[in-house]
Design a protein around this ligand. Structure first.
Ligand SMILES: Cc1cc2nc3c(=O)[nH]c(=O)nc-3n(C[C@H](O)[C@H](O)[C@H](O)COP(=O)(O)O)c2cc1C
Length: 180
């Protein structure tokens, strides 16, 4: 394993289409942490992309937004995926996006930010871990950052533990990215 310096790039994937997304609020906090640590990053916010449904066609037959997202993901060393929990699992929109693009993540490293309405949906993030592990052999670091309704107040994170976990997740992710 080679220690790389400097040029590692992390892609954040914001997987909610809600204009008032709480997943996006947490990812904004993750961006602050990445900036503090001088880590190069780019954000793919699914609200800003023209999305299409996956039907198994070649990547070149999807629109420019999806092809550009794929290229950006291919250029990265690691990912932080913000997943809203829908029906105790990964939301359909995010799953569909990953169906089209996840081969860009082959053998790389990911961190998960999982946002739900209730406290009981923590294990929904295990579905995303499983998808990444089986489909593209991508390793997921722990801790998974989990937040739910009560962790927010006035549109901001009100629970310090969520921010602490986000910081630890970024540190673990970068430890592996640097040696991968
Ligand atoms: C279709 C749908 C299904 C949902 N299913 C769950 C669920 O199974 N468990 C849960 O805790 N919250 C569930 N929620 C609540 C969302 O996880 C919650 O609204 C969260 O804030 C979504 O993330 P976002 O704000 O970034 O869109 C569901 C919401 C929707 C719209």
């Amino acid at each position: 394993m080679v220690q790389k310096t400097g040029n590692n790039k992390i892609i954040l994937i914001q997987g909610s289409l809600n204009p008032n997304s709480k997943t996006a609020v947490i990812l904004d906090e993750v961006v602050i942490i990445l900036k503090e640590k001088n880590i190069t990053y780019e954000v793919i916010d699914l609200r800003k992309l023209k999305l299409e449904f996956c039907n198994g066609r070649d990547l070149k037959d999807y629109n420019e937004d999806l092809q550009n997202a794929y290229k950006l993901m291919e250029s990265a060393n690691g990912y932080i995926i913000g997943m809203p929990v829908y029906c105790y699992s990964v939301s359909g929109v995010l799953k569909n996006f990953l169906d089209i693009t996840c081969s860009a993540m082959e053998n790389k490293v990911t961190g998960i930010v999982c946002n739900a309405g209730g406290v009981m949906s923590y294990l929904a993030s295990a579905d995303l871990m499983k998808i990444l592990s089986y489909e593209v052999h991508a390793l997921t670091v722990q801790p998974t950052v989990y937040a739910y309704g009560n962790d927010f107040k006035d549109g901001q994170i009100a629970n310090e533990k969520v921010l602490h976990k986000a910081r630890t997740m970024v540190e673990r992710l970068m430890d592996i990215v640097k040696h991968n």
